[in-house]
Design a protein around this ligand. Structure first.
Ligand code: IPM
Ligand code: MG
Length: 361
């Protein structure tokens, strides 16, 4: 296959981890007879520095014309970086929201897996972590509070800010269908998370999800209120297979789930539209404090590249080879500093990439 991939190295550790993901993709391409064509675009702080805006129209067009997008991370230190003195619509994160909306990436997949080799990093009690867990958070990504009308006004000398949470049934249906499709390839359970005891948008969410569920008789559907879900994630994470939820709840719950694994440097994500096109990025941020020191963990980005092969290109064998290399490298005792434990060998970002490439070859 010949693949056209747009890369967004971004800010902070982004360029280092994307370089290692390209190394792995090239290794896979060589072994399985594919050709990778990369085009880099700027987004976030890097784009602000070059063009004064976090994402240009040209960059969006380049991404649109690719087969898939691979991203590192964007943004800087919010209290010290000059990027955060800019108005909100010109800050690094605005670039990320703009590309999600422009490319219609409404389905965000965030796996949270407890790797056997890293079970010690899980902050939960051993009686809970012993069961292991492997869940997929399906977050709606282009609706809800993030994209509703917002404004700040002054009324009779009192400042007032308004954010609106809107979902129509079509927006809910398309993410629900994706959620159930993914559940069919997993353990066939969907937990739909909402706040239906308070919000109208959640009541509509629940109704539409129930309609969609009728087309998937093999999948077990349960509903859970978001506050309860936050508790259940630390009480019994093994109960979850697919968690299906709206944008804001998904933002918060996916951070919680990743923290519960204890190894956010290992977690990938995919943002898909209704065809096979997707943007793939690690779940972690740009870690500006450790940028340029060759100590970042590239595995989350490498696993994002694996998701890209699987979900955008149906290259399951190639994706399996990457996932197996990651497990093997952990078994062999190699660790970047964020997942280091006693008796293991500490390696840097580049060396981790090399070790993985060796195992794929
Ligand atoms: C994420 C991030 C973004 C979000 C920020 C950077 C706008 O937290 O991808 O989860 O809230 O969606
Ligand atoms: Mg977030």
């Amino acid at each position: 296959m010949e693949l056209k991939i747009t890369c967004i190295p971004g800010d902070g550790i982004g360029p280092e981890i994307v370089a290692e993901a390209k190394k792995i993709l090239d290794t896979v391409a060589e072994k399985y007879g594919h050709t990778m064509n990369y085009t880099d675009i700027l987004m976030g702080g890097a784009s602000i520095d070059a063009y004064g805006v976090p994402l240009t129209d040209e960059a969006i067009e380049t991404a649109r014309n690719a087969d898939a997008v691979l991203m590192g991370s964007i943004g800087g230190n919010t209290s010290t970086s000059p990027w955060y003195k800019l108005p909100p619509n010109l800050r690094p994160e605005a670039g990320l929201l703009a590309i999600r909306k422009a490319l219609n990436l409404f389905a965000n997949l965030r796996p949270a897996v407890l790797y056997e080799e890293l079970a010690g990093a899980c902050p939960l009690k051993e009686e809970i972590s012993a069961a292991g867990f492997d869940m997929m958070i399906m977050r709606e990504l282009t609706g809800g509070l993030y994209f509703g009308e917002r404004r700040t006004v002054e009324e009779n000398g009192v400042m007032k800010a308004i954010d609106t949470l809107t979902y129509d049934e079509n927006e809910i249906r398309r993410i629900a269908v994706k959620g159930f499709d993914i559940a069919m390839k997993r353990r066939k359970k969907v937990t739909s998370v909402d706040k239906a005891n308070v919000l109208d948008s959640s009541r509509l969410w629940r109704k539409v999800v129930e309609e969609v569920a009728k087309d998937y008789p093999e999948v077990t559907l349960e509903h859970m209120l978001v506050d309860n879900c936050a508790m259940q994630l630390v009480r019994d994470p093994a109960q979850f297979d697919v968690i299906l939820t709206e944008n804001m709840f998904g933002d918060i719950l996916s951070d919680e789930a990743s923290m519960v694994t204890g190894s956010i440097g290992m977690l990938a994500s995919a943002s898909l539209n209704d065809s096979k096109f997707g943007l793939y990025e690690p779940s972690h941020g740009s870690a500006p404090d450790i940028a340029g020191q060759d100590i970042a963990n590239p595995i989350a980005t490498i696993l994002s590249a694996s998701m890209m092969l699987r979900y955008s290109f149906d290259l399951d064998k190639e994706a399996d080879a990457i996932d197996a290399a990651v497990r093997q490298v952990l078994k062999d005792g190699y660790r970047t500093v964020d997942i280091m434990s006693e008796g293991c060998t500490r390696v840097g970002c580049r060396q981790m990439g090399d070790l993985l490439a060796e195992r794929i070859r």
